[in-house]
Write a protein that binds this ligand. Structure first.
Ligand SMILES: Nc1ncnc2c1ncn2[C@@H]1O[C@H](COP(=O)(O)OP(=O)(O)OP(=O)(O)O)[C@@H](O)[C@H]1O
Ligand SMILES: [Mg+2]
Length: 293
């Protein structure tokens, strides 16, 4: 398969497309395919003006897994997750250094269109933020902008079904999305994110504004979605990270005593079971055992 790079819209060198990473031939051969990371983060630092918020993060995100980012408030979790679809550049004064490779391609390279990046890498925020439009139009909106030519009714139904919301809303698709409950609105936002068929879904504390029952529904939904998508989730809730994620990244704030400057670092990253049961770093151990945070 020698498709054009999915990120660079102008003519350019051939880059592997997401679908090309594990080819059909690999999948059918006896040797297990070599799994390529969906994201490779290399020495990533982010500053807001003169303040460094995140320093020297290096990690690989595996495809079709749930990767949790945990750590105390202010350690840079939201800053890190926003780097995966160039959302930080919407913040005036934000500066990103280092590399974020998406299927091997640097999403910060010249010529890469952030709008195209965000089509591949969707985002769901802490507070459900449906558009003040009908349920139907919330789903159809992004597809229309992208010039979707297929059957819109079918796309709306499929997206709502995949977000486990269809049965609750099928009789009121033309009603305002703002009349849904918080948990329903969040599932609608997930449906809206998947309607444009992304490859990765970023979620920054997607359940922190929801009650326990709505939270369980979102967690169940994430398990369903990881069959098709790579998911990166920021969560404050360590039980949630332990329950839902395959891999966990623990960030922590370093402090320069002389200047009181503070910045986030990646302390430890690995399989969630190991991070929670036998962390290698004392700071991880103290955090996951609830000794601070
Ligand atoms: N828009 C912004 N402008 C300036 N500084 C910011 C901005 N967003 C975050 N920061 C700073 O960057 C650092 C990391 O913030 P960030 O929001 O990434 O932390 P967090 O781990 O997500 O915290 P929380 O758990 O409270 O959401 C903090 O010192 C914060 O003040
Ligand atoms: Mg945050």
């Amino acid at each position: 398969m020698s498709e054009k790079s999915p990120m660079v819209q102008e003519e350019g060198v051939d880059m592997p497309s997401p679908a090309a990473v594990v080819s059909r031939d690999d999948a059918q051969s006896r040797r297990p395919p070599v799994e390529q990371p969906v994201f490779s983060v290399r020495d990533l630092s982010v500053s807001y003006g003169k303040n460094v918020a995140l320093k020297g993060v290096t990690m690989d995100i595996r495809p079709r897994r749930i990767t949790a980012i945990i750590g105390p408030s202010g350690c840079g979790k939201s800053t890190l997750i926003r780097c995966f679809n160039r959302m930080n550049e919407l913040i005036p004064g934000a500066q990103v250094d280092g590399q974020v490779l998406y299927h091997g391609e640097d999403i910060y390279a010249p010529g890469v269109d952030p709008v195209v990046v965000r089509r591949h890498v969707g985002m769901v925020f802490q507070r459900p933020n449906p558009f003040p439009k009908s349920i139907y139009d919330n789903i159809a909106f992004g597809a229309k902008i992208n010039g979707y030519k297929g059957d819109m009714d079918e796309l709306v139904e499929r997206s709502l079904r995949r977000a486990a919301l269809w049965d609750e809303v099928k009789a009121k698709l033309k009603k305002s999305a703002l009349d849904l409950s918080g948990g329903q609105q969040q599932r609608l936002c997930i449906a809206r994110a998947i309607a444009v068929e992304p490859d990765v879904i970023l979620m920054d504390e997607p359940a922190s504004a929801l009650d326990p029952i709505a939270t369980v529904r979102i967690e169940d939904l994430m398990q369903e979605l990881k069959r098709d998508y790579s998911i990166i989730i920021v969560t404050h809730n360590m039980q949630q990270a332990a329950r839902v994620s395959d891999e966990t990244a623990f960030l922590y704030t370093e402090v320069d005593e002389a200047t009181s400057a503070r910045w986030g670092i990646l302390v430890e990253f690995g399989k969630t079971g190991r991070i929670f049961t036998s962390p290698r770093d004392k700071r991880t151990e103290d955090y996951v055992s609830g000794r601070f945070g």
